[in-house]
Design a protein around this ligand. Structure first.
Ligand code: GH3
Ligand code: MG
Ligand code: MG
Ligand code: MG
Length: 324
């Protein structure tokens, strides 16, 4: 524990220092004035290079800045709020003591200093300081744990909305976003489109190349479709199996159809070999599109059903195409 003695009388300083040393304190600093003390503590420095002390013994009557003002100044610095200050005063009058306590002093000792009294008051002040430090450390630890929990929670929330294989949004997240977007479109009367995208002859792909290759193919299709989408509000999600869904807020059927065709072409351009496909020698997709201005009387599920029906038509009319 380090103790700072501030006293304009060198004899007083020496006396206090001797008593403290006799009681086992070895880390003792001395200053002849408040100004010297502040310079020693680095009070004019950024918080990170301030010298920490555990207790200040402060003479009251000093030329220049007196002990009471010095106490105010010290306590107003955020690094010294918890550092106990024991004022040492020859004048034992109530007014001085009131001022000292108002300035933030923890305790006082009268001059001439009684050794036993000094020892007892120093020990008491240091014990309180120690307990405050311990409590603050526990609080800081708790804050750290809470922060870690919060970021883990955020990460968990993020992960719970993603599809583990492709890294795009999952069905759960799509359902939430679609619900919000559909209601907003209905309320504000703007357009909304839905695209359902399904890989053609994917069972045959798995059968030919294996499940692992099938997984890789799903990842490529997801990344390819994702690259075509430009607006932040557009959401691509894995709807389940080898089926993807895209919600396009503020986009009508024509825009949805255009985007669907862009995705279909982009997938073809990947040229993923598919020897067992009945429509091409590479992987292709079929896309169903539905959309338009959302009427408040309509139901969110209706748009989904229309896009699903369009996908069905795309499949049964030859695959590798967009159907509206
Ligand atoms: P269609 O052209 O009519 O869509 O035919 P399809 O073979 O693509 O459709 P079907 O529904 O018969 O088969 C879908 C296949 O997708 C079957 C299933 O094993 C496969 N599949 C679904 N999820 C995954 C997955 O996560 N990984 C892999 N590798 N395959 C999957
Ligand atoms: Mg003095
Ligand atoms: Mg399929
Ligand atoms: Mg399917």
């Amino acid at each position: 524990m380090s103790i700072l003695i501030v006293d304009d009388s060198v004899e007083s300083q020496e006396l206090l220092k001797r008593i403290l040393e006799k009681n086992g304190f070895s880390d003792i600093l001395t200053a002849e004035s408040a100004t010297d003390a502040f310079a020693l503590l680095g009070l004019d420095q950024p918080a990170c290079i301030v010298k920490n002390v555990d207790l200040v013994l402060m003479d009251v009557v000093m030329p220049g800045v007196d002990g009471i003002e010095a106490c105010w100044l010290l306590k107003s610095h955020k690094c010294f709020v918890d550092v106990p200050v024991i004022v040492i005063t020859a004048s034992n009058d109530a007014e001085t003591l009131d001022k000292a306590f108002a300035a933030g002093a923890t305790d006082f000792i009268s001059k001439p200093v009684n050794q036993l009294e000094l020892k007892a008051r120093v020990h008491s002040a240091l014990r309180i300081k120690y307990e405050i430090d311990q409590r603050k450390a526990r609080e800081a630890e708790l804050v750290k744990v809470l922060e870690e929990l919060e970021s883990a929670n955020k990460e968990l929330h993020r992960l719970s909305s993603l599809d583990g294989l492709t890294g795009i949004a999952n069905r759960r997240h799509f359902d939430q976003v679609y619900d919000v977007e559909w209601r907003r479109a209905a309320r504000e009367g703007y357009e909304l489109s839905i695209l359902f995208l399904d890989i053609d002859f994917f069972k045959a792909y798995n059968d030919t190349y294996g499940h692992q290759e099938g997984d890789d193919c799903l990842k490529v299709i997801a990344a390819t479709a994702g690259r075509v989408l430009k607006r932040p509000a557009d959401l691509l999600a894995r709807y389940g199996g080898e089926e993807f869904v895209i919600v396009l807020p503020g986009t009508g059927v024509a825009g949805g159809q255009k985007l669907a065709e862009e995705i279909r072409v982009a997938v073809e351009k990947c040229h993923i070999p598919h020897a067992a496909s009945q429509v091409a020698d590479h992987v292709t997709v079929s896309v169903g599109v539905a959309g338009g201005r959302v009427k408040p009387a309509a139901k969110p599920a209706e748009l989904i059903a229309r896009a699903d029906a369009a996908l069905y038509e795309a499949k049964h009319s030859g695959r590798n195409q967009v159907w509206v």
